[in-house]
Design a protein around this ligand. Structure first.
Ligand SMILES: *[C@@H]1O[C@H](CO)[C@@H](O)[C@H](O)[C@H]1NC(C)=O
Ligand SMILES: *[C@@H]1O[C@H](CO)[C@@H](O)[C@H](O)[C@H]1NC(C)=O
Ligand SMILES: *[C@@H]1O[C@H](CO)[C@@H](O)[C@H](O)[C@H]1NC(C)=O
Ligand SMILES: *[C@@H]1O[C@H](CO)[C@@H](O)[C@H](O)[C@H]1NC(C)=O
Ligand SMILES: *[C@@H]1O[C@H](CO)[C@@H](O)[C@H](O)[C@H]1NC(C)=O
Ligand SMILES: *[C@@H]1O[C@H](CO)[C@@H](O)[C@H](O)[C@H]1NC(C)=O
Length: 547
């Protein structure tokens, strides 16, 4: 039990309190606690042991993606409390849709096309390829919120402590309750719901399986938990018997993994990736400059607590992390609408220059998945593994089948944005390269639409026209928004986002040829200045001199 010392040091009339020494201190819990007795298992036989399940007839598969005139959209984050009070914002301003990759997935209305994910009337659905992100998680190792809490606690326990006042008053007794890396309860629900939604939309395709489906994820805890929650939603609780889960190893260098390609690509981890972070940081210095001063004024006392820009970023992150983990956060109301727009753009820049179109090693990291996609679409085995591919996996018909009507792969936000770049989804890159000193009008590269928690990219393979059996077209739907494919060589403009399947496959093969994995990942180069890269590759024209 924690008790707080609240000493009324200031007699100014304002209800000030010296920060308790617990301010910023970590607090945590483990359930079940290690000493909880659990020795009555035999008194609680499971369902099959008890028997008597009552009638269990199964109905037919749902197929709402083809049968309904319109698709239900996801615009909810229950049971999280959406912070409504934001200075200078209208009532419908949604902080949690300005939290970039820390936003919960909500349906995107449009990426520029006036169409819906429903299968066009003139087409029949033949196959789907789902690539999804894990659900909401705690901060990753070394993320800013933990550093902020340590700094706060050091100041609280130093001589004199500090007193936070007005909006910041809660900091006096605030403790750091976040875990690390793993899914939050809400994150579990996101993946379970994604699985349920996928069954209701695409369940009909299960009829085409000749053997149990193989779905893929990686070994990381939140990745595996995400995949299993998806499976529980998609298949029901006895999912173990209904499919195979391939768990590929995610563990730094030495393991090839298209669903976690960074460790395979040195330039994706070193100065070239740091360059991306630095671009975003330039913008933070601009949009948060006055915020630091405003927050500092709320700190009184003989204080060693001096706020910096990084602390403001951490506090904005804390709003998002506490909301998706604890259900509510006092940090959200501290910032203005403009500051939330600034935060969203901070991460747009980070993704653009670190794992997106403006990074010379981004396409190389995404290309392994593209090779797997072409292998599946053409039912042709991969013969050579010279990117992040793991030959042991993709050359085996058991672990990498080529005849599935439904493919499901779980991955990370970074890999997703690398894969969009490798696939040449150029509708996201209009208006780039992105400036680091202001937010451009009509900015389309928006992290909260591209890679929120539980982000999902769906490739629909369809047969359109006379022959309803032979796949003729493909289109891609990201977070329920249809993606225009006109940046891909051979894909003509189409109101429904459809591209001829042979043309799309040719375009992807071209892309595989265009992307120089060895040079972009291992080459000794620096990012060109000015950086005009918009397709995630080191410019060919500069390659000779840099090699
Ligand atoms: C490839 O995958 C297999 C099977 O999961 C694993 O044993 C092996 O270590 C992996 N190799 C690399 C280089 O990642
Ligand atoms: C990589 O493998 C593909 C076949 O999967 C091949 O077309 C390509 O030429 C190879 N690239 C290099 C650099 O070896
Ligand atoms: C792992 O990737 C490297 C580099 O692309 C490649 O040379 C190696 O053959 C791959 N290993 C496997 C098991 O696929
Ligand atoms: C932004 O988009 C609006 C609506 O599509 C358009 O009217 C306006 O000209 C665009 N502005 C710029 C600077 O592209
Ligand atoms: C990919 O996009 C770039 C421009 O961003 C273009 O130069 C290239 O030809 C495109 N490649 C393919 C195969 O679509
Ligand atoms: C990379 O290039 C720089 C500048 O050309 C050179 O100084 C450095 O030694 C090179 N590093 C390696 C590992 O080759």
């Amino acid at each position: 039990m924690l008790t707080f010392l609240l000493l009324p040091l200031y007699a100014h009339g304002c209800a000030a309190a010296v920060a308790s020494t617990f301010a910023g201190a970590p607090s945590s819990a483990v359930y079940p606690p290690p000493n909880l007795p659990s020795d009555h298992a035999s008194a609680f036989p499971d369902g099959p042991q008890v028997g008597y399940p009552g009638p269990t007839p199964t109905g037919d598969e749902a197929n709402v993606i083809a049968t309904a005139p319109a698709m239900a959209k996801i615009k909810d984050m229950w049971p999280l409390t959406n912070p409504k009070f934001v200075k200078g914002a209208g009532r419908d301003f949604d902080v949690m849709q300005h939290a970039a990759h820390l936003s919960p997935f909500n349906s995107v209305d449009s990426f520029g096309l006036d169409t819906s994910p429903q299968i066009p009337k003139s087409c029949s659905l033949k196959q789907v390829h789902l690539l999804h992100r894990h659900g909401a998680r705690y901060p990753t190792e070394g993320a800013a919120p933990a550093a902020f809490s340590k700094k706060l606690n050091a100041a609280a326990t130093a001589d004199g402590g500090f007193t936070a006042t007005k909006e910041l008053k809660f900091l006096n007794t605030w403790t750091y309750k976040l875990g690390g890396e793993t899914l939050t309860p809400f994150g579990r629900a996101q993946l379970f719901n994604l699985g349920v939604g996928f069954r209701v939309r695409y369940g009909e395709l299960l009829k085409g399986f000749k053997r149990l489906p193989v779905f893929r994820t990686t070994s990381q805890n939140r990745m595996l938990e995400s995949a299993l929650n998806f499976a529980a939603g998609f298949f029901g609780l006895d999912y173990q018997k209904q499919y195979h889960q391939l768990i590929t190893i995610e563990h730094g260098t030495g393991f090839n993994n298209t669903l976690n390609p960074q460790p395979n690509c040195p330039n994706g981890n070193n100065a070239i990736a740091d360059y991306g972070k630095a671009q975003a940081r330039k913008w933070a210095d601009i949009y948060l400059q006055r915020t630091v001063k405003r927050m500092q004024k709320l700190i009184k006392g003989s204080s060693s607590l001096k706020f910096e820009v990084d602390d403001m970023i951490a506090m904005q992150q804390l709003c998002a992390y506490e909301t998706v983990a604890l259900g509510y956060s006092e940090f959200c109301g501290l910032f203005t609408k403009k500051e939330w727009e600034g935060f969203a753009y901070f991460y747009d820049l980070d993704f653009w220059y670190r794992t997106g179109p403006g990074n010379p090693a981004a396409s190389a990291q995404g290309i392994g998945y593209v090779e797997e996609l072409v292998s599946r679409l053409t039912q042709t085995r991969i013969t050579e593994c010279n990117s992040s591919l793991n030959c042991t996996n993709v050359q085996d018909d058991v672990t990498f089948p080529l005849d599935q009507p439904i493919y499901v792969d779980a991955t990370h936000d970074t890999a997703m944005t690398e894969i969009y770049t490798a696939m040449n989804f150029t509708s996201f890159t209009a208006g780039g390269p992105l400036p680091t000193d202001h937010i451009p009008v009509n900015q389309t590269y928006s992290a909260n639409k591209l890679s929120p928690f539980a982000a999902n990219l769906v490739g629909q393979v369809v047969a359109c026209g006379e022959d309803r059996n032979t796949p003729s077209h493909i289109r891609w739907i990201l977070n329920d928004g249809v993606v225009p494919l006109t940046g891909i060589r051979g894909c003509a403009a189409d109101k429904d986002g459809l591209c001829s399947l042979p043309e799309f496959i040719n375009g992807m093969r071209e892309r595989i040829k265009e992307v120089d994995y060895r040079f972009d990942c291992f080459g000794n180069y620096t990012v060109p200045s000015p950086n005009t890269i918009i397709d995630g590759r080191f410019p060919e024209s500069l390659r000779v001199t840099s090699q």
